[in-house]
Design a binder for this molecule. Structure first.
Ligand SMILES: Cc1ncc(COP(=O)(O)O)c(C=O)c1O
Length: 404
């Protein structure tokens, strides 16, 4: 089927929620995608953070080939051998105690919010004074269901669907004073992205993280870390908050962590990690989902962690990320560049002008990136990207920025 036919079908029958590029992807290998005409694209976005191990990974293919000979779905009425193993892996790596599995990032946030509300209604509180308010940060993005959207600050995502869920309020980004003021006794949770992704690759400061942790503990609220985009190795740590605290410093860890994106290696999978103090407030039947934690996704996910370990990819992300950042820093003195920021392989060039045209020109030249928050060129390349590929990209980016 050719691109024109695919476009025709979609424009007639698919709901128009996505603005797509005129590219029909056919296959991929490593950090490269190839379209129907044979044109190659270096993918510096990794399927918006999902394809962290690149495309067509031989070990992943082999494991999945074997797994599809067994039941593709097993309901949560029964056990299968992978869910417990994956939960153990996630708990060991994060320092938290239990996992709940779902199918996407939004669902992981939705579950985190529900668990926080249930905790706020039960943990030593009477029905009359239950904690229910939730604080999120300005400029946040947490997803598009009603709960997750209520914690998302961007007006254009929120307005068509108002009124949203009551009880949400936004705190100024990295503003400890504002947090102190809004964190009253009726707050059950504070939700943060350790590095804001859609908001333009903006890391929260260590001071803010520590203040949020201390204040929530003092005032009897939970701390939720949304690590959907920045977690699972993206910043060079298993979880981005590990840059501030060690996983053995239990009291300093978040109470809940939302995870997704690369977790299922492209098979939809999300997870919420919880401390036992929160988990013990959730009873059987209070939350669940048909597909969450299925055998295929969990089997794939176990391989994700195995490959990262075997290939020492966290170290590779740190080194390659530092190299990529140093190459981007060379562009910092161009007149259109406001700031270069990020950590590991979650990087950005913030421009003084809109970045949409840069994305378009790069695509024509065979490079995939995106622009978030109008002016922020965002890079989330696969962990297998090489320095040579980075050099090629920076060489293509420079003249485009010079001519802007
Ligand atoms: C930080 C963050 N939270 C939540 C989500 C929503 O995840 P999903 O699109 O898998 O539902 C995203 C998606 O980009 C995200 O980056």
């Amino acid at each position: 089927m050719q691109l024109t036919h695919v476009k025709e079908l979609e424009s007639k029958f698919v709901l128009g929620t996505y603005a797509r590029y005129d590219v029909l992807i056919e296959r991929g290998s490593g950090a490269v995608l190839i379209d129907r005409s044979g044109k190659r694209y270096l993918d510096l976005l990794a399927g918006i953070g999902v394809n962290a191990l690149g495309y067509n990974h031989p070990q992943v293919k082999q494991v999945l080939r074997k797994q599809i000979k067994r039941p593709l779905h097993i309901s949560n009425l029964f056990y299968h051998e992978y869910q417990g193993r994956l939960a153990e892996k996630l708990c060991t790596l994060s320092g938290l105690d239990r996992a709940f599995f779902c199918n996407s990032g939004t669902e992981a946030i939705e579950a985190s919010l529900k668990f926080s509300r249930a905790w706020g209604g039960r943990a030593g509180n009477t029905a009359a004074n239950r904690k229910f308010r939730i604080l999120a940060l300005e400029n946040s993005f947490h997803g598009r269901t009603f709960g997750a959207l209520s914690a998302t600050s961007t007006p254009k995502y929120r307005e068509p669907f108002e009124p949203l869920v009551p009880g949400f309020e936004f705190v100024k980004f990295n503003d400890i004073g504002d947090l102190k003021e809004k964190l009253t006794d009726d707050v059950c949770a504070v939700l943060i992205e350790t590095v804001q992704g859609e908001g333009g690759v903006r890391p929260i400061s260590e001071e803010f993280y520590r203040a949020a942790r201390t204040l929530t503990s003092e005032r009897g609220a939970l701390l939720i870390a949304d690590e959907i985009q920045c977690g699972l190795g993206r910043t060079g740590e298993w979880f981005a908050f590990h840059q501030f605290i060690n996983k053995s410093e239990k009291e300093l860890l978040p109470d809940l962590v939302a995870s997704a994106k690369p977790l299922g290696l492209g098979i939809p999978l999300g997870a919420v990690l919880l401390k036992e103090s929160v988990a013990s407030n959730i009873n059987a039947g209070e939350h669940g989902t048909t597909f969450g934690g299925g055998p295929l996704a969990c089997r794939a996910s176990l391989e994700y962690f195995k490959i990262i370990d075997e290939d020492d990819l966290l170290d590779y992300v740190r080194k390659t990320g530092a190299y990529f950042k140093s190459r981007l820093d060379e562009l910092a003195n161009l007149s259109v560049v406001k700031e270069v920021r990020g950590r590991g392989l979650m990087l950005a060039v913030d421009l003084k002008v809109p970045g949409k045209e840069v994305v378009k020109q790069l695509l024509e030249k065979g490079f995939i990136i995106n622009c978030t928050h109008e002016t922020v060129l965002r890079f989330l390349p696969p962990f297998v990207i090489t320095e040579k590929q980075i050099d090629k990209f920076v060489k293509a980016l420079r003249p485009i920025l010079e001519k802007l």
